[in-house]
Design a protein around this ligand. Structure first.
Ligand code: SF4
Length: 226
């Protein structure tokens, strides 16, 4: 289990989370107007593959691999037309390549056999694809303009705990708290705002509270004036 940030949020008295959520979103949106998914894709299939490959690696790394990959594999059938070892070599640099290749081939087979070679739009259908869990389905749905939940990655978890939007550790429970708190219209962009804020300012080890637009009134974990 990664380090918890729940205790940090007890330091400073701030307004209840229901009152803070909108100003937090507004300030983060001003600060990170460019916050968007960093993966590069041009179709629902490329989006799905990119998200599946992004587990346990960086988006930059995935983009480097998919730049070549998407020239070679254009349709689900293309992933099934090569031996598994060839696909493994082609995605090797994203790590966990054996498992990822297995998931990709299983997903492609199901796309061909059940969904006419298309990526399904329904959230529950996405969850039936091998190797596609809630987080992947959430990212795919959100990027297609139909967010069904709130994506919880390591940044979203850390910042939600520091901002006292949740006291949970389990990503599914964190997501449930965020779905109750964040207006539905913001479900897609909210994770991007937290992810970019986490990358640029609210670092796991050394949060730069002195440069943070949420310090100190909106963040109970702020070190400013502590
Ligand atoms: S940088 Fe500091 S003030 Fe800003 S969200 Fe992180 S802990 Fe809170």
């Amino acid at each position: 289990m990664p380090r918890s940030y729940v205790a940090e949020a007890r330091r400073r008295r701030v307004a209840p989370k229901k009152e803070r959520i909108r100003p937090v979103i507004e300030r983060l949106a001003l600060e990170h107007a460019d916050a968007a998914i960093a993966l590069r894709f041009e179709s629902p299939l490329e989006l799905l593959v990119s998200v599946m490959l992004s587990a346990q690696t960086t988006d930059v790394n995935v983009n480097r691999v998919t730049e070549k990959l998407f020239r070679k594999y254009r349709r689900p059938e293309d992933y099934l037309a090569v031996p598994q070892e060839e696909l493994e070599r082609d995605i090797f640099a994203t790590g966990f390549y054996r498992q990822k290749a297995r998931s990709l081939r299983g997903t492609m087979r199901r796309l061909v056999e059940v969904y006419g070679g298309e990526v399904p739009t329904a959230f529950d259908d996405l969850l039936t694809l091998p190797g596609v869990a809630r987080k992947t389905a959430n990212v795919v749905s959100a990027e297609r303009g139909d967010a069904q939940g709130v994506v919880v990655d390591t940044h979203v978890r850390r910042l939600s705990q520091r901002l006292a939007f949740t006291r949970q550790e389990d990503p599914v429970k964190i997501e449930r708290d965020l779905m109750r708190l964040v207006p539905r219209a913001d479900w897609a962009r909210f994770p991007h705002l937290l992810i970019w804020h986490g990358r640029r300012i609210c670092d796991a080890r050394r949060p730069r509270c002195e440069d943070c637009p949420l310090a100190a009134a909106l963040c109970p974990s702020s070190r400013v004036g502590a």
